[in-house]
Design a protein around this ligand. Structure first.
Ligand code: ADP
Ligand code: MG
Length: 309
């Protein structure tokens, strides 16, 4: 019985934003009526306590982040977020925790008019949260990892390395960027028809950009002096800055490739977040790093989910 009162109390919205949700939380499945001439874009991401966030992370931040990482995946396709499903495994019922957690979920959903339309609630040993997000994109308009062309700029949104720095300096203002990533939903949509490929940065720039390079069968050069870094990172030695910016995870910024012509068009728009050119796509495969025109040989790796620890 407890399960149903939890759902009623914490996860049922009084009013939905989206008018094409035919059936939300209440039945065996949700029903959504898709807009004509659009494709459904779906993704899912799981957060495990102690693995994807420090165990003392606030319930509100956990709720926020579990939504944000999924909206970021939709943004990385150029899709418009629509709704989410929430599967949660709880070690025990803690009402204060559930209240803060569900507020975190809805606070992240609200600015993007995303509705919670279903899910699953179970009891289990480890706190685990799995969110599935649904979005729409005009037929054939999704921006994939494949598509980068020789000569395209490599561009990122916002700043790099904030979350990794925050994780190493808990209590520093940049911890906010670790706990409350901002999914770049609007920018993702603004890049439709302009970016040739795109990915969101969850595991570190080097690793994530490499997915674009492999899918597109091209290489790239990055100019490390152009990496957008928070002032808090400026006084650090270069190797440390690059460690955070290139190999730190959890930034949830967008990394995309775009032709010079389309870039000029992009910056005419009023963008919701600044964008920075950090490199260029080249024909020889592989990623080459330069600092003030000098080739750098760095041994950096992004986040490995199954690494031996
Ligand atoms: P079933 O047993 O048929 O799978 P449930 O009893 O688990 O259905 O769920 C009842 C309703 O509550 C469904 O609409 C389901 O999607 C929704 N629901 C369950 N858990 C959650 C949750 N954590 N967040 C949002 N909706 C939920
Ligand atoms: Mg059922």
């Amino acid at each position: 019985m407890a399960e149903f009162s939890i759902i009623e109390q914490y996860f049922k919205q009084a009013r939905l934003y989206q008018n094409n949700v035919v059936l939300g939380i209440c039945d065996d499945s949700a029903i959504v009526s898709p807009p004509p001439n659009h494709e459904l874009v779906i993704c899912t991401d799981t957060l495990v306590a102690g693995r994807h966030f420090p165990t003392n992370t606030s319930a509100h931040a956990i709720g926020w982040k579990s939504v944000a990482v999924n909206l970021s995946d939709l943004a990385a396709m150029g899709a418009t977020a629509h709704s989410i499903l929430l599967a949660i495994t709880l070690p025990q019922i803690d009402h204060a925790w559930l209240k803060d957690f569900s507020n975190g979920i809805f606070d992240c959903c609200a600015p993007h008019h995303v509705d919670l339309i279903g899910g699953d609630t179970t009891q289990g040993q480890h706190l685990t949260i799995s969110v599935t997000a649904l979005g729409w994109v005009k037929k054939g308009q999704a921006i994939k990892r494949q598509g980068a062309c020789v000569g395209d700029y490599v561009v990122v949104s916002g700043q790099l390395g904030d979350a990794a720095f925050g994780l190493q300096h808990l209590g520093h203002p940049l911890q906010q960027r670790l706990d409350y990533p901002s999914p770049r939903c609007l920018l993702g949509q603004q890049l439709q028809g302009l970016a040739s490929s795109m990915i969101d940065l969850s595991d570190g720039l080097i690793q994530d950009l490499n997915h674009i390079l492999l899918a597109s069968k091209v290489g790239a050069r990055l100019d490390l002096e152009t990496l957008p870094l928070d002032p808090a990172l400026h006084h650090l030695p270069h190797t440390k800055q690059w460690q955070y910016a290139l190999a730190g995870g959890d930034d949830y910024e967008l990394c995309f490739t775009i032709s010079e012509k389309n870039y000029q068009q992009l910056i005419q728009k009023e963008l919701s977040v600044p964008v920075h050119i950090i490199g260029r796509i080249e024909a020889p495969v592989g990623l080459r790093l330069y600092y003030q025109e000098k080739r750098q040989d760095l041994d950096l790796h992004g986040y490995q989910h199954f690494a031996q620890t």
